[in-house]
Design a binder for this molecule. Structure first.
Ligand code: CP
Length: 330
């Protein structure tokens, strides 16, 4: 119900983008359609559109990032917004200023949007609850909870390669337990109606009650890969493991690494995805990561268009995006 979801404003418009849970198929498809339009902008020699001219977007990354931070920065710039990359390592929070006081400073600098990456689950929701109602908050990844723009760029990549979602068998391999990407992908894949989602990992990397998310659990990779259309690897999240959950990286690769031989068990046109950063020789063999079925760098590239869609829709330009789509298709 939109009126109970803190992501929507009282007019029923998407105002924050915090999680994919609870978003319906129409909302997700609207984002994918808008991103489709923005890919054509990104293919032009002049890549800017004036949709967010005069708006100020602040990247608040409390945790390291390469792909997400730079893709948001490019997305904001291509929409003609001003972008602030706040150096949180040397910010006043390190001098004892509370997070809320830092947010008040950024509010008084008249920022319009905060993009938040934080190691604590729920951080983006917390910030969305405490900022002025005029500010949009977008989750750039919070703890083990959610990474909604990664989820959407993964859906965009799948749709580009496979068209419809309905008949797809998707296999997610590895550290499901600590992965916000897996949670967002599973949520979106279910909403978009894929035929089957399989997760495969050692028991120690499978969260309790994962079947309630609507997935089938496998422990043997060779069985899980049979007839797969989409294969998603995940990074082993060492920083989120608080005990020895895998015997060694070498042992993980021997049992769960995606090798050329194992890839042959999937459909011949299966695509290989990974949110990055990839650990070659741990989750995926180098020749598979660089192979012709891999779409890993495409995912990074589509991350710009998908984030352009999320920024413009949450800032109230859904209508303008739709008009631009019609102009492109007519
Ligand atoms: N996929 C992803 O979130 O990568 P970064 O940590 O580099 O942003």
């Amino acid at each position: 119900m939109k009126h109970n979801d803190p992501q929507f404003n009282r007019f029923g418009n998407l105002h924050h983008f915090l999680t994919l849970d609870g978003l319906d198929k129409q909302t997700l498809t609207g984002i994918l359609d808008a991103a489709e339009n923005f890919t054509s902008v990104n293919d032009k020699s002049i890549k800017n559109v004036p949709l967010l001219r005069g708006k100020t977007v602040a990247n608040l990354f409390f945790e390291n990032s390469t792909r997400t931070r730079t893709a948001f920065e490019l997305a904001a710039k291509r929409l003609s917004a001003d972008i602030l990359n706040i150096d949180l390592v040397s910010s006043s929070t390190k001098k004892g200023e509370s997070l809320l006081d830092t947010l008040r400073v950024l509010e008084s600098l008249q920022c319009d949007m905060f993009i938040v990456r934080h190691s604590d689950s729920g951080a983006a929701h917390f910030i969305a609850e405490h900022v002025a109602s005029t500010i949009n908050v977008v989750n750039g990844g919070d703890g083990q909870h959610s990474h909604p723009t990664q989820g959407m760029l993964d859906m965009f990549t799948i749709r580009r390669h496979k068209g419809d979602f309905e008949n797809l068998r998707v296999v997610i391999i590895g550290d499901i337990k600590h992965s916000r990407v897996a949670r967002s992908d599973i949520s979106a894949l279910r909403t978009l109606g894929v035929a089957e989602i399989r997760v495969v990992a050692p028991n120690t990397l499978i969260p309790e009650y994962v079947e309630e998310l609507g997935v089938k659990v496998y422990s043997k990779l060779e069985i899980a890969l049979k007839d797969a259309d989409v294969i998603m690897g995940l990074r082993l999240q060492n920083e989120r493991m608080n005990s020895a959950t895998v015997p060694s990286m070498g042992e993980f690769f021997r049992t769960y690494g995606l090798t050329e031989d194992r890839l042959k068990l999937a459909k011949s046109d299966a695509i290989v995805m990974h949110p990055g950063p990839t650990n070659r020789g741990v989750e995926i063999a180098a020749n598979v990561a660089d192979g012709k079925q891999a779409v890993i760098l495409e995912q990074v590239n589509y991350g710009i268009a998908v984030r352009m869609a999320v920024l413009s829709i949450t800032m109230g330009h859904g209508e303008a995006v739709r008009e631009a789509e019609m102009a492109v298709s007519s």
